[in-house]
Design a protein around this ligand. Structure first.
Ligand code: NDP
Length: 463
């Protein structure tokens, strides 16, 4: 028999070793390191109880994508000049289902960002209770300022390569930053043309060609349902709460809509140019105006302050040591723009102003230090992979409808989404308690998501 060292010391060393290897093997991918670190820290508790995961090298395998695709995307702009972008698809883990995860079109996209998103997606998809593996993809293409024809030509070129790697039982992409209904339409049209088949190969499709009711609303609605569940554990509710929402895209818009339906008062939104603060609250009518601004006119959020006189616009100032949106007095915060938008100082500002709940609509919007600040303060903190899982869950429901060739009603999909968000919250809450960290939904989400995938990997042997 081998000499035993105390299990916690050994597990600690082991996790450090895995983390060191991840950093050494994947240099210049800080967001990927951050996402892996957060999950591995939570898994300490699991590895002490389940040495079998270590001997099967589940951690070493789960951090390595099953496949990474990187490809050239050439296209003609409106001046007939050639443009060249880079396309990606990370097929991270298919232990519990086909790869599933969005496509992001944004100039900041690179391999490390997509790997962090794909890694998070594995655990998120597992939490939804639906059979979906994890993937993510996209391009450094910037749809902002491009004509519809340019976006179409780009999407068609992107799909010429992607089509050979995806399929309804293999890999099913969806939208993310910069990829909404318009882009999914162009991508789907090109896939159908190349493959000569009409299948559920993408989600977020239009309603007349295989899309699901409630899919556009799902991430925002789901995040608010999750927040309501968190509040219930403290016998509280959203009604009357002042809420900060960042971003003004898909997730933000429907977060604001559901907050209004539940009687809360959203008072902010933003884009990369700055923040608007409306002390009177963003009501349904103002939200409809924002939706038209962003989804139809594709304008900038600063126009809100010209239109609604009491609102203030605070332009983005990179010299500031904090983001002004998180320094406004409110009860709840719904970061819904992008990764690392809440730094330690922002977290401290939120707490100082009395914020009692953070529900993450965006992926990894809080830095590791900000997350720790929230956990230490014991506020209600809903991490992204749990709180924003409603989007992919409803994509899963879209896939089910496509397979059955049926369309469910709005009420049916919304009801299923709501039940899934309640189930995800319960899993996180109960898992956190079971592993000795009650109330810590970061641990709950990471462990809850991990166990199902890890057990499937054990069952399926060394693949
Ligand atoms: P959209 O493209 O619809 O909206 C993104 C919003 O965030 C825009 O207002 C955009 O402003 C702002 N934003 C993006 N990048 C930055 C940045 N670097 N700095 C400041 N603001 C920025 O995307 P979504 O609403 O779909 O996605 C938002 C977040 O939610 C992302 O983190 C995404 O991964 C996550 N998410 C989305 C899901 C979905 O179903 N759509 C599902 C789960 C998570 P601007 O226009 O100026 O760039």
């Amino acid at each position: 028999m081998s000499v035993m060292t105390p299990p916690n010391v050994r597990t600690g060393d082991y996790i450090e070793e895995v983390l060191t290897t991840v950093k050494a093997k994947n240099p210049a991918e800080p967001e990927f390191h951050q996402a892996v670190q957060e999950v591995l820290e939570s898994l300490r508790l699991v590895l002490q109880r389940h040495p079998e995961y270590r001997s099967a090298k589940i951690l070493e395998r789960i951090i390595e994508p099953e496949r990474v695709l990187m490809f050239r995307v050439p296209w003609f702009d409106d001046r007939n000049e050639i443009q060249v972008n880079r396309g990606f698809r990370i097929e991270m883990n298919s232990a519990i289902g086909p790869y599933k995860g969005g496509l992001r079109f944004h100039p900041s996209v690179n391999l490390g960002i997509l790997k962090f998103l794909a890694f998070e997606q594995v655990f998120k998809n597992s939490l939804t209770t639906l059979p979906m593996g994890g993937g993510k993809g996209g391009s450094d293409f910037d749809p902002k300022g491009k004509s519809d024809n340019e976006v179409m030509r780009f999407c068609q070129s992107f799909m010429i390569e992607l089509a050979r790697h995806i399929g309804p039982d293999t890999d099913v992409p969806a939208g993310d930053i910069g990829v909404g209904g318009r882009e999914i339409g162009f991508l789907f049209g090109q896939y159908k043309r190349i493959r000569n088949e009409f299948t559920g190969v993408l989600t977020g499709k239009g309603l007349t060609w295989g899309g699901s009711l409630i899919r556009p609303e799902a991430t925002g609605y789901g995040c608010v349902y999750f927040a309501a569940e968190m509040l219930k554990t403290r016998k509280d509710k959203l009604e009357g709460k002042l809420c900060l929402v960042s971003g003004s895209g898909n997730v933000s818009q429907y977060t604001i809509e559901k907050l209004l339906q539940l009687g809360a008062k959203p008072i902010t939104c933003s884009d990369s140019d700055g923040v608007i603060f409306d002390p009177d609250g963003i009501n349904q009518e103002k939200l409809a105006w924002v939706m038209e601004l962003k989804n139809v006119r594709r304008g900038r959020i600063r126009e809100y302050a010209d239109k609604f006189k009491k609102a203030v616009f605070m332009p983005t100032d990179i010299k500031l040591d904090h983001n002004p949106i998180w320094n406004i007095k409110a009860d709840c915060a719904f970061p819904s723009a992008t990764q690392n938008e809440i730094k330690k100082k922002d977290a401290e500002n939120l707490l100082k102003n009395g914020c009692k709940l953070v529900a993450e609509g965006a992926n990894m919007p809080s830095t590791l230090e900000a997350t720790k600040t929230f956990l230490d303060a014991n506020i209600l903190y809903g991490p992204a992979k749990a709180a924003n899982a409603g989007g992919v869950a409803t994509s899963g429901l879209e896939m089910s409808q496509n397979s059955q060739r049926l369309s469910w009603t709005r009420e049916e999909v919304d009801d299923r989404l709501h039940k899934i968000m309640i189930a995800i919250h319960n899993t996180c809450y109960e898992t956190a308690e079971k592993y000795g960290t009650p109330g810590n939904l970061v641990n709950g989400a990471n462990i809850g998501g991990f166990l199902k995938v890890a057990n499937a990997m054990l069952d399926q042997g060394l693949v």
